[in-house]
Design a protein around this ligand. Structure first.
Ligand code: CAO
Length: 556
């Protein structure tokens, strides 16, 4: 085992950079190339990798320290029997994949760069050994006036992120890269129009000017002066509804980690030096989101859309805001909890389901006569047979014949339910609820009538439990006891159809020879057109009408 000092490698022309993250601790086993610390100038942050594998014995730097080439970062007990050769005892100077040094030396434009008056092509400068770095942020837009040295874009490799500054002042005419593009030395970043009165453009216009010059001495001064200065504004605390002021302050590896988890870094509050976001912060944010303690802005926005009733989420014009008191006396009352909950559900179902309603009439003359006589016969039982009980039974027969009406959508598939739980809308002083008659196919009319009576009472008394209201495969909404002709009920998702029933009335019906007085029941069937076709809906209604017209058909 050899003791190896890992030093800051050649970091180009930068004199000093600040240690902003220490990524290992004493006792850690590190691999060759593993990042040990993150250092930062005002234009670039980079990770210093280990040149050799081993166990960390001592860490020689702490957060906030200034380091430069040759500073000892840590002491490692190198892996393997052979002592590391002297050359390997230092972090490799600028190896292709891990060298952080190169970008620093080109991280700023010369202070002396002249403003041009003609179009100027700003190119990606020499970024050392880095190839195909990704554009992760556009810091200017067309029309912006930029100063010399102002950052134009941020690029990122897996070990370093850096801002590409402008070498000249001017107005942005065209941006030639977009987020996600990968760029290399010499790629065109933006075209600037020189500021009037500035030095003349080079003879060959548009002039190609590297964004970062190979004049490190000039670059050095502004970089060193600005180290850490922008940090405070670069880390917005997580505050849904807030805005992002700039690139979140995090090392490239933390950014990569956040990207992999889908964590919006600009919403994470950093606990590191000067608010820097660490890997632990990203993990903590993920845990908070998963536990529901925190919403990402995206989730909050979705929730806002779902909960809003102003139509803005749908791209509609805002809901009219009227000062009603201007026109007469008013009283404001909060809606009941049931109304609020059912309202949100109804809105979603109305908006999301391509619903169509078919209207029809069923001749229930004989059925009503049978119902009345049955009730007379069973007066003493205390159970009143209702038309709704017959409707439930008739619907079960129709659902069996047309199984897609008893199904639910699951992505691109349909779930066909082999049970028949029928919900019925019940009007209560607090709003609409939908208790469910379970296994209606296995129950007789008396039992259904009795259960319905009990559930309706529970509903009126506000005593329905979740179990009483869940599991429906199809719903009936009956306004028959009240009146009206037809209406368009809203499907109770995830069901795919609902039957609306209105008040029956005597009507003259032509029997081929003469008009006959018949008791006609108006039916309104609303169905989800993603699942059901119009022809099937018409057949369902016709079949339902036939059963209600002659209930013996249920037995067929
Ligand atoms: N045609 C004519 N008369 C009807 C009828 C119909 N389709 N349906 C019921 N009736 C009669 C009943 O026979 C009863 O008359 P009698 O008192 O003379 O016997 C009377 O109307 C009252 O019936 P009811 O409403 O008490 O009983 P029901 O079984 O028809 O309904 C229930 C029970 C709980 C569904 C009902 O009370 C209710 O709440 N309906 C409203 C549902 C609703 O709000 N739907 C709209 C949802 S969309 O907003």
């Amino acid at each position: 085992m050899a003791i190896v000092e890992v030093q800051v490698p050649d970091i180009g022309d930068l004199d000093e950079v600040a240690v902003i993250e220490v990524m290992v601790k004493v006792g850690d086993t590190v691999k060759a190339e593993q990042s040990l610390i993150t250092v930062e100038s005002d234009k670039a942050s980079m990770e210093i990798p280990s040149s050799t594998a081993g166990v960390v014995k001592e860490i020689k730097v702490k957060l906030g320290d200034k380091v430069k080439q040759g500073s000892v970062v840590l002491v490692l007990e190198a892996e393997g029997a052979a002592a590391a050769p002297a050359a390997e005892s230092k972090a490799a100077p600028a190896p292709a994949a891990s060298a952080p040094a190169a970008p620093v030396s080109v991280a700023a434009a010369p202070v002396t760069a002249p403003a041009a008056s003609g179009p100027v092509n700003v190119l990606v400068p020499d970024i050392g050994d880095f190839k195909d770095v990704a554009v992760i942020e556009l810091l200017v837009k067309v029309g912006d006036t930029v100063k010399v040295e102002q950052s134009l874009i941020t690029v990122e490799s897996d070990k370093a992120s850096m801002e590409i500054p402008s070498s000249t002042a001017g107005v942005v005419k065209e941006i030639k890269v977009k987020l996600g593009d990968t760029v290399n030395i010499g790629d065109l970043v933006v075209i600037l129009e020189g500021v009037a009165g500035a030095a003349a453009a080079p003879a060959a216009a548009p002039a190609a000017v590297a964004a970062m010059p190979a004049t490190p001495a000039a670059a050095l001064a502004p970089v060193a002066a600005a180290v850490a200065a922008p940090v405070a504004v670069a880390v917005p605390a997580h505050a849904p509804g807030g805005t992002t002021l700039g690139l979140p302050h995090a090392s490239p590896s933390v950014r990569k980690f956040a990207r992999e988890l889908g964590v919006p870094l600009n919403e994470v509050k950093g606990s590191g030096l000067k608010g820097r976001i660490t890997e632990a912060d990203v993990q903590g944010f993920t845990r908070s989101v998963m536990s529901g303690a925190v919403q990402t802005l995206a989730i909050a926005a979705q929730a806002k859309v779902a909960g809003s009733n102003d139509g803005a989420g749908l791209g509609l014009i805002p809901w009219p805001k009227v000062d009603f008191a201007k026109f007469g006396p008013i009283e404001r009352k909060e809606m009941s909890r049931i109304k609020k909950i059912s309202g949100a559900n109804l809105l979603r179902n109305a908006v999301m389901i391509p619903a169509v309603t078919n209207h029809d009439d069923a001749d229930i003359t004989d059925l009503e006569a049978f119902r009345v006589s049955t009730n007379k016969e069973n007066e003493k039982s205390g159970i009143k047979v209702t038309m709704l009980a017959f409707l439930i039974k008739a619907c079960v027969a129709a659902l069996k014949k047309f199984p897609e009406f008893n199904s639910s959508l699951d992505g691109d598939a349909l779930i066909y339910k082999q049970y028949y739980h029928i919900g019925f809308a019940a009007d209560t002083p607090n709003g609409l609820v939908v208790p469910v008659i379970k296994d209606a196919d296995k129950k007789g009319i008396f039992q259904i009538s009795q259960e319905m009576g009990e559930l309706a009472k529970k509903a009126r008394d506000g005593k329905l439990g979740p179990a009483d209201m869940s599991g429906a495969t199809f719903t009936i909404s009956s306004l028959g006891g009240i009146g009206g002709r037809y209406f368009t009920p809203i499907i109770n998702a995830p069901e795919v159809a609902i039957l609306g029933v209105c008040k029956s009335q005597m009507e003259p019906v032509w029997d081929g020879k003469a008009f006959q007085p018949r008791l006609m029941l108006p039916l309104s069937l609303t169905w989800d057109h993603r699942v059901i076709d119009g022809a099937a809906a018409a057949r369902f209604n016709v079949y339902l009408g036939q059963i209600l017209g002659d209930f013996r058909r249920v037995l067929l």
